[in-house]
Design a protein around this ligand. Structure first.
Ligand SMILES: *Cc1c(COP(=O)(O)O)cnc(C)c1O
Length: 345
């Protein structure tokens, strides 16, 4: 049976063009900065994101960790959302490995952090306080239905940060999805941030890797932090080659995932027992809640699986489906029909 996998966009397989580029890549020792393909990817990423420089890292989690460790000293405080990936899904790395103190603000459903609350949390010089150093934002904001944060919000956050002499780190794992959803150049969404992490390994379909982007000086420091956390790679050009194809060829295709997400959301929303507002679905992530008299969330998950459909059960009755290159329009129709068969037999 063909498996339709919507657990994440990380499940995407590399394209034939990526596989060919990987096998033919010219490589060298990247710890010595002598891998021409890694260097090319880093230049391309810096250009696309609108920063001076970029650094190839093995994962998004390492990219966020390296960025926060580069901005902050032990004992510094970071303000971030209570539904952000750095807080929830990165094993507490910034505090466990960096001694950095997270201060959370509840994310609004549109993914933003209310800036009046952020401002109230910024610490003064009192002897009892850790120094506030950094604000972290996530765009798109995964656990807020993959909401894209608009340029106006990025601008407002930047002006707040400037007033208080704080830096901004942007977890842009899916920043190209945000740019696509907002019909804007990605640079409009990154220019307010001092550092940006984005993933090649999600909707862009590369097998491995993320980039950290920032000023030349920031990336110089980040390179040493990457080495410290074990992320110095050698002939990494074989991986970077797929990343170059991802950046050059795969950003435009994200529209297809967004369109399929909308079709899926509208289809599921019509089924009794499923709660979901398609208006909240703006990118490739569909969250919905199951509240059905006869079918428990666990049963629903298993029944879908037996029909070849994999999604994630995130929390009591809350499911996540992430559209990706392996999921076609026909697969979406099959998913909706299967859900109907299970819940409205
Ligand atoms: C996937 C993701 C990351 C990093 O993920 P890795 O699996 O470590 O590459 C970071 N932030 C967000 C919002 C993500 O969705």
């Amino acid at each position: 049976m063909k498996i339709i996998d919507l657990r994440s966009d990380t499940v995407t397989q590399p394209t034939p063009e990526m596989r060919e580029a990987m096998s033919l890549a010219e490589v060298g020792d990247d710890v010595l900065e002598e891998d021409p393909t890694v260097n090319k990817l880093q230049e391309l990423a810096a250009h696309k994101i609108g920063k001076e420089s970029a650094l190839f890292v093995p994962s998004g989690a390492m990219g966020n960790l390296v960025s926060v460790l580069t901005h902050c000293q032990r004992g510094d405080e970071v303000i971030l959302g209570d539904r952000c990936h750095i807080l929830l899904n990165e094993v507490g790395g910034i505090s466990a490995l960096g001694g950095i103190h997270p201060r959370t603000v509840p994310n609004e459903d549109d993914g933003t952090l209310p800036l009046d609350r952020v401002e109230r949390l910024i610490r003064g010089p009192d002897i009892h306080y850790p120094p506030t150093r950094l604000i972290c934002l996530e765009n798109t904001q995964n656990y807020c239905s993959g909401a894209p944060l608009p340029v106006s919000y990025m601008d407002a956050t930047a002006s707040l940060a400037a007033r208080h002499n704080l830096k901004i780190h942007l977890d842009g794992a899916r920043i190209f999805n945000a740019a696509m959803a907002l019909s804007t150049d990605v640079r409009e969404l990154t220019r307010q941030a001092d550092s940006v992490m984005f993933c090649l390994s999600k909707g862009l379909s590369a097998p491995v890797g993320s980039l950290v982007c920032g000023t030349r000086d920031f990336i110089h420091k980040a390179r040493k932090v990457r080495k410290m956390v074990g992320g110095g790679m050698r002939q990494a050009g074989h991986l970077a080659a797929a990343g170059i194809v991802a950046l050059e060829k795969m950003t435009a295709r994200l529209k297809e995932d967004h369109d399929n997400a909308q079709i899926l959301a509208c289809g599921l929303a019509r089924i009794d027992g499923i709660r979901l507002d398609p208006k909240n679905v703006k990118t490739n992530i569909v969250f919905f809640e199951l509240n059905h008299p006869k079918t428990t969330p666990g049963e629903f998950l298993e029944r879908l699986k037996s029909m070849g459909i994999k999604i994630l059960l995130i929390d009591r009755g809350v499911f996540r489906a992430v559209l990706n290159r392996g999921v076609s329009r026909d697969h979406v129709d099959y998913f909706v029909k299967s859900a109907q068969n299970i819940l409205q037999p």
